[in-house]
Design a protein around this ligand. Structure first.
Ligand code: HEC
Length: 108
């Protein structure tokens, strides 16, 4: 065990240096956010734990409520999202509202 003190000293030196060696990391800025509106708080709570808002905002605009309801159910059944069934309709209504088709340009 003659080497034990040397090993102990090496560990002490490493422990002392650890804070200086710790890497700092700044995550990239969010590029998408869920817009405000009725149900936004629920969507932020239940949808953003796994992925960013881009998954929602990059879907085709104007999809019907049934599409969004099925999406929420898919998140639960396929990916195991912990979303109470009682929240499905409110979430679908919010998602349908924020992804509604943009208003058509007026015809001249
Ligand atoms: C438990 C984790 C989890 C939660 C919570 C979650 N998702 Fe997802 N979601 C996923 C995974 C995994 C994918 C598939 C990712 C891939 O294919 O790259 C996905 C994909 C999607 C997609 C892309 C299209 C598709 O059907 O694959 C949409 C839209 C989406 N999620 C919406 C939502 C919404 C809205 C909520 C909240 C109601 C939500 N997600 C909550 C895990 C989750």
């Amino acid at each position: 065990m003659a080497r034990a003190p040397a090993l102990f000293t090496a560990l002490l030196v490493l422990a002392a240096a650890a804070p200086a060696l710790a890497a700092t990391y700044t995550p990239p800025r969010e590029t998408a956010a869920l817009p405000p509106g009725p149900g936004a708080d629920k969507a932020r709570l239940y949808c953003l734990v796994c992925h960013s808002a881009d998954y929602v905002t990059t879907q085709p605009p104007g999809m019907p409520g049934a599409f969004w309801e099925a999406s929420v159910v898919k998140m639960v059944r396929v990916y195991g999202a912990p979303i109470p069934e009682t929240e499905t309709k409110a979430l679908a209504a919010y998602l349908t509202a924020i992804t509604a088709a943009p208003p058509k340009a007026p015809v001249r």
